[in-house]
Design a protein around this ligand. Structure first.
Ligand code: ASP
Length: 316
């Protein structure tokens, strides 16, 4: 009898393991800010873009691809889509230039790569991945990052590529382009590996040379298979000062908080009292996920192999 019970127990453990190994999950964000039904006339366009981005990630993960590939390809799609504040369509700094930041992190190896202040790399997230995999460094900036990207065969563009008529008119008119739409993605692949990435044009009207949280590992992006994968969006200076992405990881590692508890803690107990605004997406290696933000809205989406799938924009 005892042997029989042991056998059933081992069988259960085996199936649980197989189930975990075959599951995947992906979360995206397209920025947080004053996003309400009233001021988001083109919400269908955003919804479609989030859906297409998710589809790209889902296909990679479903077919056994890596979380790093999913994160990179999803963010490339966002960077090519002028709706978002990343790649084409990015906001302008005070001098009327686009300065792009991006980072990526591998939760399995804790390797990370980032670029900051670049203006001629078509897909900064791919440059960030190259930095991670081929440079021996974590963060390359401006001309050095561009030189490295060019030497490694990435697609380079004239700086005018990033400018869209709509974003330029908005910049000229108000000199206050409050477009939101930093993009981020976290993913869990079938091998149980987490990855995170973030890409942005930064904050509109930022000073020439300003770098935000998005390319700073531990501030805007973090991934560790033992805890979680995080991508942030919002007022970067607050995310840097509080090491928000790393703090979520630390709350989980040292205080045993769940993804939701850790995400809500940094937003409500750390950022809000200081006047910082924004949001985070957090995913752990079991597929538990949390979105948390203190703005009126955040473009966000999640999809899991268990059938969970939704896209949201406004506070609910
Ligand atoms: N966090 C970005 C930055 O400060 C901007 C954003 O997410 O909206 O550069």
């Amino acid at each position: 009898m005892r042997i029989f019970i042991c056998f059933i127990f081992i069988l259960l453990l085996f199936f649980q393991n197989v189930k975990c190994q075959n599951s995947y999950a992906i979360m995206l964000h397209g920025g947080a800010g004053n996003i309400t039904q009233e001021n988001t006339k083109n919400s269908e366009q955003y919804k479609n873009a989030l859906d297409s981005a998710m589809f790209i990630g889902e296909n990679i993960l479903k077919n056994g691809g890596s979380s790093l590939d999913a994160v990179e390809k999803v963010i490339c799609f966002f960077e090519d889509c002028p709706l978002f504040n990343a790649g084409k369509g990015a906001v302008f700094n005070a001098d009327g230039h686009n300065e792009l930041d991006a980072s990526i992190m591998d939760g399995k190896t804790l390797q990370a790569g980032a670029v900051a202040g670049v203006g001629d790399i078509k897909n900064p997230i791919s440059a960030a991945r190259l930095v991670m995999e081929k440079s021996g460094h974590v963060l390359l900036i401006t001309d050095g990052a561009s030189k490295f990207a060019r030497e490694n065969g990435l697609e380079m563009v004239d700086s005018s590529y990033f400018k869209t008529e709509k974003s330029w008119q908005r910049y000229l008119k108000a000199k206050k382009d409050d477009k939101h739409g930093t993009v981020g993605c976290v993913a869990l692949d079938k091998s149980g590996n987490l990855a995170a990435g973030t890409s942005t044009g930064g904050m509109s009207m930022k000073k020439f040379g300003r770098v935000g949280d998005s390319p700073i590992i531990g501030a805007g992006t973090y991934a560790n298979n033992n805890t979680c994968a995080v991508s942030c969006t919002g007022w970067g200076e607050f995310f840097i000062r509080n090491s928000i992405a790393f703090q979520i990881n630390a709350l989980m590692a040292f205080k045993n908080l769940s993804v939701s508890e850790a995400a809500d803690y940094v937003i409500n107990q750390v950022l809000t009292p200081q006047g910082g605004t924004g949001g985070v997406i957090v995913l752990d290696a079991k597929g538990n996920f949390a979105f948390s933000f203190n703005t009126t809205g955040m473009f966000r989406a999640v999809s899991k192999s268990d059938g969970t799938r939704f896209i949201k924009m406004f506070k609910e």
